[in-house]
Ligand binder design. Structure first.
Ligand SMILES: Cc1ncc(COP(=O)(O)O)c(C=O)c1O
Length: 212
């Protein structure tokens, strides 16, 4: 159960009608040549889905995130769904998670007919409060799904202890926390499976939060 795998969501733009929510031009200028070369290589190969580029990304993400494997998916929502499906979670099952997250976390659970059981968040980190998990466990609990919000990992040691003693697996929603760490362990590498997403705002928010 200590072996974490990664399910990767897709990249997409985040713009409102008023314009980009974040100006990433300065960062792009410093990486422009490298980025353009890679884009050229992808277009020349015409391998837009899976293939060598997809595999290279999966390997790089697995290395970076200290996991054995990484698997590319269409979106973070799909990654969550696949993780839950891999654990055979469905109607009548319960998944303990946090209410303070993007709606996709609870939606993936509900989409399979399972019940999201919301445990309140810790007032300091805004991540799931580990002290409230034990009393939420029932005979129907099939997974615990913490979210590493804004680039800050949930306090994983107490969660891992609960998982170890109860046998209930942990799925980490690391959509907002690629590269974030809890005591040297990368987000998504601590539970049975982790999901992450690339989106400019999330990665930037993550970095800003980690630097604080
Ligand atoms: C915590 C969290 N989980 C899951 C998702 C779902 O990712 P996607 O929008 O790629 O489906 C998001 C997206 O913002 C998220 O912030």
């Amino acid at each position: 159960m200590a072996t974490a795998d990664f399910l990767l969501g897709s990249t997409y733009n985040f713009h409102s009608n008023e314009g980009p929510s974040l100006n990433l031009q300065a960062q792009y200028v410093s990486l422009r040549d490298e980025v353009r070369q890679v884009i050229d290589r992808v277009f020349e190969s015409q391998h837009f889905v899976l293939g060598a580029h997809g595999r290279a990304l999966e390997t790089a993400i697995a290395d970076y995130s200290q996991t054995k494997h990484a698997i590319g998916c269409a979106s973070g929502s799909d990654a969550l769904l696949l993780a839950l499906m891999a654990l055979d979670i469905g109607r009548g099952d319960e998944v303990i998670t946090t209410p303070f997250t993007f709606f996709a976390t609870g939606a993936a659970i509900a989409r399979l007919g399972a019940k999201p059981v919301f445990v309140d968040s810790d007032p300091h980190s805004y991540n799931i409060d580990a002290t409230k998990i034990q009393s939420a466990i029932t005979s129907h609990t099939k997974a615990i799904l913490p979210v590493h919000l804004y680039g800050q990992c949930a306090d994983m040691d107490p969660l891992l202890e609960i998982s170890r003693s109860s046998g209930i697996p942990i799925i980490e929603d690391a959509a907002q926390a690629i590269g974030a760490e809890d005591r040297g362990r990368r987000a998504g590498s601590m539970g049975l499976v982790g999901t992450l997403v690339f989106i400019q705002r999330r990665i930037s928010v993550a970095l800003a939060t980690v630097e604080c």
